[in-house]
Design a protein around this ligand. Structure first.
Ligand SMILES: [Zn+2]
Ligand SMILES: [Zn+2]
Length: 323
């Protein structure tokens, strides 16, 4: 039989299976007459029918070589596609990769095989090609619809689970500095290195409010401790040449040194700043007198500025005399 005629039979089957007749089900007796209909074949074969769609059709070909027989099954498949292909559905959402499912309520499942395969494996063997599905299957397997809604739902559930897991993993990268807590939201407050600038960010390693406060307080405490240590150290050094105050500057003043003054420092920061602002030129210490020079030969001078005075005498031989 020509593939066209075979295909036309499946089309005719579907038309027949689509026919609806009056239902004799007493449960529907109360319903509106228009709703009291049932597919003819369901009334004739009450079931139960567990799979969607119409009763399946089987195509068995024979009488030619394997290639010709395969071609014949394919030709019938192409010509009758409308009957068995079902309807494809997809849900447009950004997490399903365009995945979807098919529904076969208005389809005739078609199983095709060759007489040779049937003879070799029997009707329950893996001989059936279910149109739309690759490979050959056993009869029951071939009647299943693995691309149905339930399978899609399962894949979608797995995708959503994976997305939740990925999100949790990602949130873990946002663990806060110091306490290691994982924030509850994707975005979190972050405190810049100056401690004050607060920005909304996704960056890992930001500080939570509590840790930020503790961190800030610790920095302030450390700065204060350092300042006090510097103040004590500078108080023990020689005084400022100009104002005779601490070489580190007045305690609590803006310019007060937060570290121990270097050995070359002659003035406190304020006096040095004033000198620079007044363009007074470098501080030049008085040149040692001849008497001081003679005394220095006998014993080291008591003057904490002695070495600088000697140095300045060499650096500024003419200016030194002016002071
Ligand atoms: Zn924290
Ligand atoms: Zn000073």
């Amino acid at each position: 039989m020509a593939p066209e005629r075979v295909a036309a039979k499946f089309t005719a089957y579907r038309e027949l299976f689509r026919t609806k007749v009056k239902s004799t089900d007493p449960a529907l007796a109360e319903q509106d007459p228009a709703d009291r209909t049932v597919h003819w074949w369901r009334r004739t074969h009450p079931g139960p029918h567990t799979r969607p769609g119409y009763p399946p059709g089987a195509l068995v070909v024979t009488g030619a070589g394997p290639v010709a027989l395969a071609g014949r099954q394919e030709a019938v498949a192409d010509l009758s596609a409308e009957c068995w292909r079902g309807t494809g559905w997809t849900v447009t959402q950004d997490d399903n990769d365009g995945d979807g499912w098919r529904e076969y309520d208005d389809a005739v499942p078609v199983l095709a095989t060759t007489l040779e395969l049937l003879a070799e494996h029997g009707p329950l063997g893996p001989v059936w090609w279910r149109y739309r599905r690759p490979g050959r299957h056993s009869l029951l397997d071939a009647l299943e619809n693995p691309d149905n809604r339930a399978a899609y739902n399962q894949r979608q559930k797995a995708r959503e689970k994976k997305a939740r897991q990925d999100h949790r993993e990602w949130m873990r990268t946002l663990a806060r500095a110091d306490c290691g807590n994982i924030p509850k939201e994707e975005s979190t407050w972050h405190y810049g290195p100056d401690g004050n600038r607060v920005e909304w960010t996704h960056q890992p390693g930001g500080r939570c409010w509590t840790c930020h406060q503790e961190h800030t307080e610790r920095l302030e405490r450390e700065a204060q401790e350092q300042l006090e240590a510097a103040r004590a150290a500078n108080a023990a050094l020689r005084r400022c040449w100009t104002c005779r105050g601490s070489i580190g500057g007045k305690a609590g003043s803006e310019l007060e040194l937060s570290e121990k003054a270097g050995p070359d420092r002659l003035e406190c920061p304020q006096c040095a700043a004033d000198r620079e602002a007044g363009e007074l030129g470098p501080l030049v210490l008085p040149v040692p007198t001849r008497r001081e020079q003679v005394a220095a030969l006998v014993s080291a001078p008591d003057d904490p500025w002695w070495e600088d005075r000697v140095l300045h005498a060499k650096l500024y031989p003419s200016r030194g005399r002016r002071v």
